[in-house]
Design a protein around this ligand. Sequence first.
Ligand code: FES
Ligand SMILES: [Fe+2]
Length: 416
Amino acid sequence: MLTTMASMARADKGLLDRRIFVDPDIYKQELEQVFGRCWLYLGHESQVDKPNDFLGTYMGEDPVLLTRDSKGKLHGFLNMCRHRGNRISRADFGNCPSFMCTYHGWTFTTDGKLVGVPGYKEAYFEELDRSQWGLVETAQIESYKGLVFATWDRQAPPLIKYLGGMSFELDFLVGRHDSPTQVLSGVNRWALNANWKYPADNFGGDDGHHAITHGSVRHLDSDRAYSSSFAGRGGLQARNELRDPLENFKRGPIRDYYRSHVEEAKKRLGLKENDPRGYAGSVGTVFPNTSIHCVRHSIRTWHPRGPTKTEIWSYCIVDKDAPDEVKNAMKTYLTGSFSPGGVLEQDDMNNWLQSTSTAMSPTAQKYVQGILAGLGHDSEKFTIGTKLRQIYARWANMMDAPSWSEVKLDWRYGRE
Ligand code: FES
Ligand SMILES: [Fe+2]
């Protein structure tokens, strides 16, 4: 009998086997069961605005091209030539009607068709059925208010069902204002020797770390208002606890901009006066590896690069119609806190590195790790620890489920 992941990530007991963060076989299973089947974030529509725009990204470890074809339709393709496997594009982004592979010259259009084969007459005797050798396309691709997700799995539920309550959280980022949103200044990328699940669970549900990990930053004037605490509640981990969420932006253009459409935002988000959820939004993770940080106007993907390495891709998302001064202030606010040199990011990264490296030791692996806060007290009102356990219950379910029919999408930990 094979080991089930439910026996290694025992959410009901709050116990995790450390090997799930370092074991190569478990990682391989993740690539198939999680990254091969879930909806994954490819990019923002504004990055492929015009016909024949394209963007290079990843789904799990697979290089992927997000394209907008000549007719304006979005596609996700494996960035792999069907001939011998060379990448058909090595650029991060651009605009072109077709991609010519640099190995033997097979050429594909932005809708994935193979249209050029050198030697088609002389070497292939016109017998090659080019219609069978187009690019490998994602099974489904959808946009949620400009955020483009795709999945390799035809059986995956529609994106909106998959997102569930996270669509409400995403609205704080992309549905707060009449203006469409856009990605500002490309992508900030860096790598980290940590398992991808540490940052994904940190953004999605690690309630307890903020007051300690970021203790020193809280003394800085610029971030004094960013003070989620052990008392933090709500659906996601670093929910703003202040009565006036605008306190996050103590002064300056961001605060003024937010104030200018407070009522519109409340209406669009369906928030009541003094709604405890605030209206600036929160921090969270769309399972498995896409996280949002609404207060910092950002979305990011934790791309796995082996069991103990992660590449972080972070984007600044702003309202397209916002004044340039506001957009620039948002970018500075984001990169000063969350980026390779960001004061908060550096605090976090060090913890994820250490937690990954200790898990490599056979001695350490004899001892399970505990995600025990609030265990047995989970309720609507008390959710400290609940979200972390829910993430690992979801992870184990995806890892063990042979098909989507056995994935418990509507199930919520602690609500049975
Ligand atoms: S590998 Fe692409 S043309 Fe041969
Ligand atoms: Fe943090």
